[in-house]
Ligand binder design. Sequence first.
Ligand code: 5GP
Length: 304
Amino acid sequence: MVEPAKRAVPEVDRAAAARRAVERRRARASLKRDLSMRVVAPQDVLDAALADAESTAGSLRVPDFLTSLPAIGIGKRDRILAELHISPVKRLGGLGSRQHQALRTWLDARFPLTAPREGRSRLLVLAGPTAVGKGTVAAHIRSHHPEIHLSVSATTRAPRPGEQDGVHYFFVDDAEFDRMIAADELLEHATVHNKYRYGTPRRPIERALAEGRTVLLEIDLQGARQVRAADPSASLVFLLPPSWDELVQRLVGRGTEDSEERARRLRTAKVELASQSEFDHRVVNADVAAAAREVVDLTSDSAR
Ligand code: 5GP
């Protein structure tokens, strides 16, 4: 005989509920990775939890949220919970307004957000972690916004199929790269992924700026820092993946690196993501055209 309570929940519903529970657990695990890799700001997760307690963010337990944050271990987590008077069983979406405010104040002090830079700059630097799609976004801007001067870098690496000298890069050998450095022809230069050297030729940029054009550099993090030091008025844009899992997918999907190289690049990506607070703007690359639009909107040419 079947008990009435069991008859009330048909088998299919139970299976669907179990599947939903698995999906929610997976989504929470993914969000925790995004927090620990700094793909999302903790304040944004807290806001999402407040906006919708049923969301993935809302269903995250506060202790799990805290230990997902960079450099917060179990000891620190417990001290913070006690200090903020938050019970360890609480979920982010279930915080009272005073607890929410206390947590927000603590997050702002511990993980300060950079205020977006006022005004528009004519020298824009696009950087971000490996495989985030900087090149694709830059290529989209090149073909849709001829008014923006896209800097062509010099590199010691060999051209890939389809790459043209003078269009995608200036392909040079080590001796020529050394000469360019010695002659002070490069605005910045760096060895990227411990392998090849890349640098931004100074002259074309100065010429384009003198003509009143907006200049976009798509370079690595070390280069972005050098440009900032050389020209503090430059605007630094950090391109973010929609999630850490998506970044890993893009790196694997690209298939251009072997597993050892992929692992090394992911370690670099983690370090690169941690530097985003140095940047003036953050743009999420979920859709190339939309991300390119957002970058262009930051330039002084966007008003035209
Ligand atoms: P790829 O070899 O895949 O074209 O580029 C590898 C990395 O080099 C990318 O992260 C790209 O942003 C960076 N890169 C390209 N040009 C320059 C440059 O002129 N200076 C610096 N510092 N990095 C660059």
